[in-house]
Write a protein that binds this ligand. Structure first.
Ligand SMILES: Nc1ncnc2c1ncn2[C@@H]1O[C@H](COP(=O)(O)OP(=O)(O)OP(=O)(O)O)[C@@H](O)[C@H]1O
Length: 496
C-alpha cells in the first residue's frame, strides 16, 4: 500500500502531562479509518496535530509524498487535510453559498458579489454530498445540524480535500441522517478521499470503517482491519481489560413514591405541546424523539428557561421556577445539551465548574474546604481524567468536560435531575459510570428526566418512556412491556 498519510512517532505533552507518546499510523487514499479510544486517550490532540491546529513535540508526518509541518490549519487545508469538528464552524448569519466560498467570493465586473454565480457554483457542490435540496441562498444558521454538516463537507470538497477528519460526526444526527452521511462517506471513499472517523458509537464503526485504530494513554494499542476485530476486542483494547456494560435490572417506579413534578398540558405557544406527565421520586423518565421533536424545549420549559404559554407545572418543592436560577433553588438541576455553548465556564477550573451550581442552588456560604471535598468526591466517583481539580476545564478532553458538568448537577444536591443527552461524546466505560450513577441516585429517591437519541440507552435506563414527535407526546408508558419498535414507531409518526 502506498500511504497517502504516513505518521511516525508523534509525541505531544501539555506541561508535564504526556498526552501522545509516539503515534504511528498509515492511511491509504480511499481508506476509512475509525480512530477510537476512551475519553482523554488523545484522539483530538492527534487529529489537531494532523490538521495544523496544534504543534507537535516530536515525530514526522508525510502527506501525499511530502514531509509536512503545518503551523496553521490554513496550511493543512491547502494541502488537502480538512478537519470537521464536532462543533460545526459555519457562520450562522451568512448564507450557505457565502459559507461555501468564504474568502473566495466571485465578484461581477462592478466588484459586487455576483450572487447568481455564487449560487450556481454552490449547487453542484451541494449535490455531490447529497444535499441538492438545500437552497444555497438560505441562511446557514437555519439549517439542521445534519444539513450544516453536509455543507461543511461540501466546502471541504470545494477545497479538494484528500484527507477528511470527521470528529464524532453523528453525535447530533438521527439514525436516518447518519445513514445519509455514511452514504456520502462511501462516495468520497470511491473517489479516493481518505477519512479519519472518530466516534464513540461502536456499531457505526462496523458500518463504515475499513480499519480500526485504538488509542490508549496516548499510544496506538491496536490497528486492525474491521473484519478482524469485534466490539468486545475494541472495548478490551480501549479499556485495557475485558469489560462489559452488563445488563442492568429493569427500572421500576417504587410503589407509592411521592410525586415530585406534574406537567399539565404544557406548551410553549411555538409548536411544542400540549405535553403532560408525572414524575415521582425514584422514577427515571426516558424521553426519546428525533432531533427537532421538542425534547430540549421540554426541558427548558421545566427549568424556567422557556416560557410556558399554556398549561402548568406543579412541583412538590414549591412554585414552578420562573428562571433557571430559580430552578436550581427549587431543586431542579439541568445538564444542558451542547457543553461548549450551554455548559462549561471555560476559563474556570474543573473544581469551580463543579461547585458553581451549588452556589446557585443557595449553598453560597459553604466553606471553601467543604466545596473542595465535594468536588473531590464527585471527581472520584465519576473518574474525571485531568491533571487535578485546578486544571482549566477547557483543556480537559470533551468527554471529561461532560463528566465535570454532570458532577456540577450532582453538587447542587437536586431532587429532580434533567439530563439532555448526557452521554454525548462519552466513551463506553464512562457511559456505564453515568448509567450506574443515575440508577443509584434514583434508588436514593432522585427523580430523573433523561433525554437521549440513543434508543438502547433509553430502554436500558428508563422506568417510564415518553416519546415526542413534532412537539407532541406520542407515547407515554412504563418501560416494562415496551419494545424497540413501539418506541421507534412513536418517534416516526407523521406531523398532524
Ligand atoms: N490545551 C490543553 N492543555 C492541557 N491539557 C490538554 C489540552 N488539550 C488536551 N489536553 C489533555 O490531553 C489529554 C487528551 O485529550 P484529548 O482531547 O486528545 O482526548 P480525546 O481522546 O479526544 O478524548 P474525548 O473522547 O473525551 O474527546 C487529556 O487528558 C486532556 O486533559
Amino acid at each position: 500500500m502506498t500511504a497517502l498519510l504516513s505518521v511516525r512517532g508523534i509525541e505531544k505533552s501539555f506541561d508535564r502531562n504526556r498526552v501522545l507518546t509516539g503515534i504511528d499510523l498509515d492511511i491509504a487514499a480511499g481508506e476509512v479509518v475509525a480512530l477510537l479510544g476512551e475519553n482523554g486517550a488523545g484522539k483530538s490532540t492527534f487529529v489537531n496535530i494532523l490538521s495544523g491546529a496544534l504543534g507537535r513535540d516530536a515525530g514526522r508526518v508525510v502527506f501525499a509524498g511530502a514531509e509536512t509541518v503545518f503551523s496553521t490549519t490554513r496550511e493543512a487545508i491547502d494541502a488537502g487535510i480538512i478537519h470537521i469538528h464536532q462543533e460545526l464552524s459555519l457562520i450562522g448569519s451568512l448564507s450557505v453559498m457565502e459559507n461555501l466560498f468564504i474568502g473566495d467570493y466571485r465578484t461581477g465586473r462592478s466588484g459586487i458579489i455576483d450572487r447568481k454565480a455564487l449560487a450556481a457554483a454552490s449547487r453542484p457542490l451541494l449535490e455531490r454530498v447529497g444535499a441538492g435540496h438545500i437552497d444555497p441562498r438560505r441562511t446557514a444558521g437555519e439549517l439542521s445540524t445534519a444539513e450544516q454538516q453536509l455543507v461543511e463537507i461540501a466546502k471541504a470538497l470545494s477545497r479538494n480535500a484528500r484527507l477528511l477528519i470527521l470528529d464524532e460526526p453523528t453525535a447530533s444526527l438521527t439514525p436516518h441522517e447518519a445513514a445519509a452521511l455514511f452514504a456520502v462517506v462511501r462516495e468520497l471513499k470511491s473517489r479516493g478521499v481518505a477519512v479519519i472517523f472518530i466516534s464513540h458509537r461502536l456499531e457505526e464503526v462496523f458500518q463504515i470503517a475499513d480499519r480500526v485504530v485504538v488509542l490508549r494513554d496516548g499510544g496506538v494499542v491496536s490497528d486492525r482491519p474491521v473484519a478482524a476485530t469485534s466490539r468486545e476486542a475494541i472495548i478490551a483494547d480501549m479499556t485495557g481489560r475485558a469489560f462489559a456494560l452488563g445488563a442492568m435490572p429493569p427500572a421500576i417506579v417504587p410503589e407509592g413514591a411521592p410525586l415530585r413534578l406534574a406537567a399539565e398540558a404544557i406548551g410553549d405557544g411555538a409548536g411544542i405541546g400540549p405535553i403532560s406527565f408525572e414524575l415521582r421520586a425514584g422514577e427515571i423518565l426516558g424521553v426519546f424523539g428525533l432531533v427537532g421533536a421538542g425534547r430540549t424545549e421540554l426541558l427548558e420549559m421545566l427549568c424556567g428557561k422557556r416560557a410556558i404559554k399554556s398549561g402548568a407545572i406543579r412541583l412538590a418543592s414549591g412554585a414552578a421556577p420562573a428562571s433557571p436560577t430559580a430552578a436550581w433553588r427549587s431543586g431542579l438541576a439541568l445538564l444542558p445539551e451542547g457543553r461548549k455553548t450551554n455548559g462549561i465556564l471555560p476559563n474556570l477550573s474543573v473544581e469551580e465548574n463543579i461547585v458553581v451550581a451549588r452556589r446557585q442552588a443557595g449553598g453560597g456560604l459553604v466553606a471553601r474546604g467543604s466545596e473542595r471535598a465535594l468536588a473531590d468526591r464527585l471527581w472520584r466517583t465519576l473518574g474525571i481524567v485531568a491533571a487535578g481539580p485546578g486544571q482549566p476545564i477547557r483543556s480537559l478532553s470533551g468527554g471529561n468536560q461532560q463528566k465535570a458538568l454532570f458532577a456540577r448537577c450532582l453538587a447542587a444536591d437536586p431532587s429532580i435531575l434533567l439530563l439532555d443527552e448526557p452521554t454525548h461524546g462519552v466513551d463506553v466505560r464512562t457511559k456505564g459510570d453515568i448509567y450506574r450513577t443515575v440508577r443509584d441516585l434514583a434508588g436514593e429517591g432522585l427523580a430523573v428526566v433523561f433525554v437521549s437519541s440513543e434508543l438502547p440507552e433509553i430502554l436500558a435506563l428508563a422506568s417510564t418512556v415518553m416519546v415526542l414527535a413534532h412537539g407532541r407526546r406520542t407515547l407515554y408508558a412504563p418501560r416494562a412491556g415496551l419494545g424497540e419498535n413501539d418506541v421507534l414507531s412513536a418517534a416516526f409518526v407523521e406531523a398532524a
